[in-house]
Write a protein that binds this ligand. Sequence first.
Ligand code: ADP
Length: 183
Amino acid sequence: MTTTQRPWSERLEIVRGDITCQQVDAIVNSANPSLLGGGGVDGAIHRRAGPQLLEECRKLGGCATGEAKITAGYNLPARHVIHTVGPIWKGGDQNEDELLAQCYRSCFALAEKHGLRSLAFPSISTGAYHFPLDLAASIALREIIVGLERLPYLDKVTVVCFDDRTWTCYQQALAAYKERTGT
Ligand code: ADP
C-alpha cells in the first residue's frame, strides 16, 4: 500500500449533500443499537442499499453505543457501510462526549483494518439523538483529524452535511480548530 504525505487539511472535505450518493470505500451510518434500520440517515441508507443490507445486518447481533460494524454496500455507490451507534443526548453528564468520540475512533479502526482509502461521515447523533450541533461538530472534526493524521494512506474523508445549518456549523468548527492550532 502506497502512503501519501499530504496534510490532513488537503484530505478533509465538508460538503452539503446526501451521503447515499457518495462514491467512496465506505459511508458511515448513524444507526441504532439493533442495526435493523430506522429513520433519518439510517433509513436513507437502507432504502438505497436494498434489502440485502438488512439481511446482513440481522446477522451482526446489534452494536453497542460508540462501537461500529462493517457490511457491504449492495446497491449503494459506496463499497461498504460502517454502522456506528451514536449516543442519545441526555444533558451532557452521561459520557456523551466520549461516546461520540468513540464512534469516530471505531470507524477509523475499521477503516484501518479493511485498508479503506476514502470515508464519508454524516453528522452522527445530531438528528433524532439531539446532540448539540456545535459540540458534535467540534468532537467530530477533532477525531477525524486525528484519524487522518494516524492513517496517511487515507486519501479522503468527507463530512456530508444534509442541511445548511449543519454545513455552516462544521465549517465554523473547522475554522475554529485551524485558528486554535495554527494550521
Ligand atoms: P442520529 O440518530 O444520529 O441523530 P439522524 O439520522 O436522525 O441520526 O441524523 C443525523 C444527521 O444525519 C442529521 O444531521 C440529519 O440531518 C442527517 N441526515 C439525514 N439523512 C441524511 C442523508 N441522506 N445524508 C446525509 N445526512 C443525512
